[in-house]
Design a binder for this molecule. Sequence first.
Ligand code: PNS
Length: 179
Amino acid sequence: MKKVIAIYPGSFDPPTNGHLDLIERGSKIFDELVVAILRNPEKHPLFSLGERRAMLEALIAGVRNVRVDIFDGLTVDYAARVKASAVLRGIRALSDYEYELQMALMNRKLNPALETVFMMPAEQYSYLSSRLVREVAQLGGSIRDLVPAMVEQKLREKLDPAVKLEHARERRTKTGKRE
Ligand code: PNS
């Protein structure tokens, strides 16, 4: 039987619990799911592509049919390169719908054979976005429950280099390495 491969494209800056929820749901209905991070020269992300890839890879470790990749150019061209027949996107609220519909129809115009599949994340993530997570973290608010603990730590390190130093020191103490 034909394997159904889907891509889940996005910025993932940073990955949130909403993204993970969608990846989990997608992994159950597709044979293979490729989480595809867009290399977007027009955006100035908080996390580099390498950092986002490393975080996502750590977060999906153990999910056998999901992998992470980086792409540039058109989503439809990337989908063709990895032989995907579907694009997975999340719809949180009605406000997402217009933008998502536009993208889905544009992608269909570019490649009528590529289907967009919308899934809804769990309702506790319906207000969650990477942009809001960045903003709340930058302004010192708590992002616990919104992102995985590892992303929370990376965000704190990114926003406060002193925290990064402290974490490195803790790791060295645990492994018994001298400063
Ligand atoms: O996480 P985001 O930022 O909402 O993801 C947006 C993304 C990456 C799905 C979208 O910007 C995209 O597909 N960009 C690739 C360029 C492209 O194909 N544009 C035309 C289709 S609308």
